[in-house]
Design a protein around this ligand. Structure first.
Ligand code: XIL
Length: 478
């Protein structure tokens, strides 16, 4: 173990010498925003309860972009005709002005938390769409003008694309790619174009975004792409795409994240990750049922969670030229919209940084592009005839496990203090993974963790350590 791995290990078991594992004496940047200075801004969604002294310190140390979690939504600001409620949005905006932190505006048009009244007359009937457009234009101008000094971009339209498009069948054409909301019923897709036009008029300086969840899903990303392309081709001013990023510990795969970013980047110059959280259950996306049971988070779940975060940030760093900001959806698990038992953020319910926080912050840039040399050989301590595990000349170890029923497989060995190497299921049905870097030369005990249960690696020989028979692997010395 080197000094850094020892420090991370101490963090995992709860022993910290200072509020953070790595003091500035090591020249490690102090907060997330500093660590990502050369990459993108790091943002956070806040509500009006987030301003205790302790929370303000966390915000100021770590973030350089702020989104209102709810306070700038139309339903909050202008719930009824003539009723304007600025208090929440003003409080957060004024705090940002005072601390010189610029804001992402969220959001102007959405089928939820919307100023529904704009679409109806006094009898409760839908108004002609022209009436709606007049009201919408006036709303967009009023709100954007009030915050144009502090808001650098707006989610102009949120979640207008459907999750499931009915495929063409026989003589039946395919279903609509749009969400069948009241907005769509009233205006078709024209409300999207109008909202962007009004927003550009109101503040020509602000960057304008289309924002959605499940934006890495293959079908949905194609629908988002097609819609934005169609709009842009007809002159609608869309500057960027917001990928919300409500992910989970099992997905999406980094291949899907990369493919979506590349697809969107071919169309717009700005991509924002707008609402990042990684939940501990299998749900994904924007409006699903959440597990809110007060469960303890098992250690293997914490490893999967940290792994998904570190892999995601590694992937996002590769696209720093097109990604301007990555915003977390809430400050800590304490007030996450998913509930603390979903374990979604980098700060826990006590506002303490998790191991995932340190791993995301203290990355080593040179590792981002370094791949292991492909001279892997079966480990000298394998069972007869077994190919895996393998080791290479630099000390990386590679594992292949056959566990068709498992939802997750972790190897209890890692060089980076993450607590283990997470394997991912390949197209061939095996679980595959390579350590994040070289292991120390010499003999290592290890085991597999399958959905929390401990097993030995059938490919390796077994050795007795002080507690149990463990698998063994030998990393050759130079
Ligand atoms: C969520 C807020 O976090 C909750 O407090 C609120 O009750 C519902 O909305 N996609 C979005 C966000 O664009 O505005 C949503 O925020 C989360 C899903």
């Amino acid at each position: 173990m080197n000094v850094k791995s020892i420090a991370i290990y101490l963090c995992i078991i709860g022993i910290t010498a200072s509020p953070c594992c790595f003091g500035q004496e090591n020249n490690v940047p102090s907060g997330l925003k500093d660590a990502y200075n050369d990459y993108f801004k790091v943002g956070v969604a806040l509500n009006t309860h987030n301003f205790s002294e302790e929370e303000q310190k966390l915000i100021l140390d770590n973030f350089n972009s702020v989104t209102c979690e709810n306070a700038m939504k139309p339903g909050e600001i202008n719930p009824r005709e003539g009723v304007w409620q600025w208090e929440g949005a003003d409080r957060i905006a004024n705090w940002c002005r005072q601390h010189k932190i610029s804001m992402r505006g969220h959001c102007l048009v959405w089928h939820n938390q919307f100023a529904e009244w704009m679409m109806y007359d006094q009898k409760g009937e839908l108004v002609p769409k022209e009436v709606f457009y007049q009201r919408l234009r006036s709303y967009i101008h009023t709100v954007m003008n009030r915050y144009k000094d502090i808001v650098y971009c707006w989610d102009v339209v949120n979640e207008a694309i459907t999750d499931q498009q009915r495929p063409a069948w026989g003589n039946q054409p395919a279903g609509t790619p749009y969400r069948e909301s009241k907005l769509y019923e009233l205006c078709g897709d024209e409300f999207i174009a109008k909202a962007f036009e009004y927003a550009r008029e109101a503040d020509p300086e602000a960057l304008l975004f289309y924002n959605d969840y499940n934006a890495t899903d293959k079908g949905k990303s194609q629908r988002i792409y097609d819609m934005v392309k169609k709009m842009k081709d007809s002159g609608v001013p869309i500057d960027g795409i917001g990928m919300q990023g409500h992910y989970n510990i099992y997905g999406p795969s980094m291949d899907d994240v990369s493919a979506a970013i590349e697809k969107y980047a071919s169309l717009v110059p700005h991509i924002h990750i707008t609402e990042l959280d990684i939940r501990a259950n299998e749900e994904m996306g924007g409006q699903l049922q959440f597990s809110r049971q007060n469960e303890e988070i098992k250690p293997y779940i914490q490893i999967l969670h940290a792994y998904q975060y570190t892999q995601l940030f590694k992937t996002l760093r590769r696209y720093k030229d097109v990604i301007d900001v990555v915003t977390f959806w809430n400050l800590s698990d304490r007030d996450s919209w998913l509930g603390a038992s979903n374990y979604p953020l980098l700060f826990d319910r006590e506002l303490k940084p998790k191991n995932a926080y340190h791993l995301v912050k203290n990355f080593e840039p040179y590792r981002d592009d370094s791949l292991p040399t492909e001279d892997f050989q079966p480990s000298a301590l394998n069972q007869p005839e077994q190919e895996y595990p393998m080791v290479n000349s630099e000390g990386y170890a590679r594992f292949r496990i056959d566990a068709p029923q498992a939802k997750s497989v972790i190897v209890s060995l890692s060089p980076e203090g993450s607590g283990g190497t997470v394997l991912r299921k390949g197209k061939d049905g095996y679980w595959w993974g390579t350590t994040d870097g070289p292991l120390e030369p010499g003999f290592h005990y290890y085991h597999l963790i399958l959905d929390g249960g401990i097993f030995n690696d059938p490919g390796a020989l077994n050795y007795f350590d002080s507690h149990r028979w463990e698998s063994g692997i030998e990393i050759p010395a130079h």
